[in-house]
Write a protein that binds this ligand. Structure first.
Ligand code: HEC
Length: 187
């Protein structure tokens, strides 16, 4: 009996250090939403400017060179690790971890069951708080991620293929799940 009590106390201690209160989860969800929206805005603004200047022929090489450093800049600003990832990659450098892929697959499952998809906050293997949230395809994404011949012109497709020969991030419709934000908070 005494041993059982000790085990229970011990288990409670472990679970305390590895779990978050609802309040804490909500706080990290709010910060995560804020950071992902700010990063999205920074990326979108630059991308839109490039599109205006030279269409996809200019915007795609811009993304190719600037998307990662820009995300890196935002990571430093907020002192977190920001990543965009997907099950259908364009840039191999955005490859998902096992956990990220699980989360993406689970979002897809929820969508197929017509259920809602919401941000997730949990403690990761590094014992850090980690935020995940869906990235959904909007109308203005289709010129580079939509169907070839419909929104993606043959010329755009050939630019994409020349930079990303293994591109899988094409053929999307508006409202589809494109991938996720994955933001790790450092200690
Ligand atoms: C001008 C073309 C262009 C437009 C418009 C565009 N993308 Fe991309 N996207 C790219 C390129 C090029 C990459 C690969 C470079 C990178 O960002 O790492 C990419 C990568 C991504 C990634 C990272 C995962 C991966 O496959 O490498 C996500 C997520 C993404 N795009 C979502 C979107 C969303 C959502 C929109 C609309 C709001 C959008 N993109 C609009 C060209 C575009």
């Amino acid at each position: 009996m005494k041993n059982l009590l000790l085990i229970l106390v011990f288990l409670a201690m472990i679970s305390c250090s590895n779990s978050m209160t609802d309040k804490e989860k909500q706080e990290y969800t709010d910060i995560g939403n804020e950071i992902s929206q700010a990063s999205f805005k920074a990326l979108s603004e630059k991308l839109t400017a490039q599109m205006k200047m030279g269409g996809t022929a200019q915007a795609i090489p811009f993304c190719n060179i600037e998307a990662m450093p820009l995300t890196q800049e935002m990571s430093e600003k907020y002192r977190v690790n920001i990543k965009r990832t997907s099950n259908k990659l364009r840039n191999q450098k955005n490859k998902p971890t096992e956990r990220e892929l699980e989360i993406i697959n689970n979002y897809h499952k929820l969508i197929s069951e017509k259920k809602g998809i919401n941000p997730i906050v949990e403690i990761n293997n590094n014992n850090n708080r980690h935020f995940y949230a869906p990235i959904v395809v909007k109308a203005n994404c289709l010129v580079c991620h939509g169907k070839v011949g419909e929104f993606v012109t043959v010329k755009t497709d050939s630019i994409i293929k020349s930079l990303y020969p293994n591109d899988k991030a094409i053929g999307y419709n508006e409202g589809d799940l494109r991938g996720i934000w994955s933001i790790e908070f450092k200690k």
